[in-house]
Design a protein around this ligand. Structure first.
Ligand code: SF4
Length: 450
């Protein structure tokens, strides 16, 4: 998963500041690396490195990055690629028709196959990035029209992608035909913005205009914005965006993320009511569902766990040791609110089971009388090959344990997962979701077992 953003201005030479603040708003989508590339009269300058936005960019760097078109990315390294500077984006490539820069959120199911074919034909690759395969295909097909080359390249790729491409005089966004990963369009003054999430548009003082449609290529240049279609297929927005990945203040494909999570909390109570003294949320992504649960159940919502906000997301850390260490230093119980209480703990999902187990243990050690766990998504039984780095299936606790076995393993008094139908209803009804990690049915064919 990555967060991407691009800004096009006719005359503002300081768009790097927009990208910088936008990347801060998208930091939750990736913490392994951050980068910005910028066009200055046809010359592309860039800065990227491993680390958080605040680590990678100093004010000197941002002041150095001058230009009127820029793109930026925060990303994490998937478990199959090396975590190295070279694998950070945006990618900047030169080819016979000039230079372009590209950043991508998503993953290609036919990456190995496409890369193998290109290598057989003499293409050299410097990174493990799917964006480099797309850039190579664009270079291969670019004769007269860049847009035609992008279209041709994208009809060969199969998977999930939201892309932003910068050329010397344009900014181009594309979203895969199913619209699996989000991509929004906005404006700040007269300048145009593409962004993974609307929160980044708002945070730089811009206004959301619309979602980039599945299968759409949106092109911004000095004439304004226009769009072309590659192809569109059955909509399949990643439902996990609404459960966990996106920020609650974002708006994706006509759905407020906050509302979806709140609804999921209400439906959790309706599907499996229980009496208790308080409802607490596992911070941060369980919080909104916990508030919804409390509202529906009329059981008071209370803060029960304090989170150290400077630790990254635990399930995307690279090794078990680091992950477990991360859980321990990340969460601390609010003993005064918990002691002697029957409590309901609401969390967004259970992936490996590492975090929830330690959280329940922590609440018991802080004196909770009973801990009833409610999960605002169904059991995650399948891994994702469409851009979210969930673990291999053998490491997903719901893949090898029943709900009752999980309850015992995490030492909860009771455990309930929202039904898939309930989650879809909470997310605004079934008008097109990928639910692959819950039901094993993906919008794109998986080409190789991971
Ligand atoms: S498999 Fe799950 S995480 Fe992956 S795109 Fe589909 S819903 Fe999202």
């Amino acid at each position: 998963m990555s967060g991407i953003i691009g800004v096009f201005s006719k005359d503002n030479q300081k768009v790097s500041k927009y990208i910088y603040y936008g990347l801060y708003a998208l930091q939750h989508r990736g913490q392994a690396s951050a980068g910005i590339s910028i066009n200055n009269n046809g010359f592309i300058d860039y800065e990227k490195n491993l680390g958080l936005v605040g680590d990678v960019f100093t004010s000197e760097v941002i002041n150095r990055l001058i230009g009127n078109i820029a793109i930026g990315q925060v990303r994490y390294a998937s478990h199959s690629e090396k975590r190295s500077k070279i694998n950070s984006e945006p990618l900047v490539v030169g080819y016979k028709n000039g230079a372009l820069s590209i950043c991508m959120d998503g993953a290609l199911a036919n990456y190995e196959e496409l890369r193998g074919k290109l290598e057989e034909n003499g293409h050299l690759f410097q990174t493990d990035l799917a964006g480099e395969v797309i850039a190579s295909l664009i270079a291969k097909y670019h004769k007269d029209s860049l847009i035609d080359a992008i279209k041709k390249a994208l009809t060969e790729v199969n998977g999930s992608y939201s892309l932003i491409i910068m050329t010397k005089d344009s900014l181009i966004a594309a979203r895969d035909p199913h619209g699996i990963r989000p991509l929004s369009i906005g404006k700040v003054g007269d300048d145009f913005i593409f962004s993974s999430e609307t929160c980044a548009i708002e945070c730089i003082g811009g206004e959301f205009t619309r979602d980039c449609n599945p299968g759409e290529i949106a092109i911004i240049d000095s004439d304004g914005i226009r769009s072309e279609m590659i192809q569109s297929k059955k909509r399949a927005l990643c439902i996990f965006e609404l459960v966990y990945l996106a920020r609650p203040d974002s708006y994706i494909d006509k759905r407020y993320v906050y509302t979806s999570r709140f609804n999921a909390g209400e439906i959790l109570y309706t599907e499996c009511p229980i009496k208790a003294d308080i409802v607490i949320g596992a911070p941060d992504s369980g919080t909104v569902a916990a508030i919804g649960y409390a509202k529906k159940s009329q059981i008071p919502y209370t803060e029960g766990i304090i989170k150290n906000r400077y630790i990254g997301r635990t399930f995307i850390e690279p090794t078990q040791d680091i992950r477990e260490e991360g859980v321990r230093i990340k969460l601390n119980p609010l003993t005064s609110n918990i002691k002697g209480k029957d409590l309901i703990l609401v969390d967004d999902s259970i992936v490996r089971g590492t975090t929830i187990k330690r959280t329940v243990e922590m609440l018991r050690n802080a004196g909770a009388k009973s801990v009833h766990v409610r999960i605002a998504s169904p059991p995650v039984k399948h891994s994702c090959f469409l851009g979210v780095d969930t673990p291999n299936e053998e490491n997903l606790i719901a893949n090898y344990m029943t709900v009752e076995e999980i309850r015992k393993a995490i030492n909860a008094d009771s455990l309930y997962f929202i039904s898939l139908e309930g989650l879809v209803e909470a997310s605004g009804g079934n008008n097109g979701f990928c639910k692959g990690c819950f039901n094993g049915e993906y919008p794109v064919k998986r080409l190789k077992e991971e």
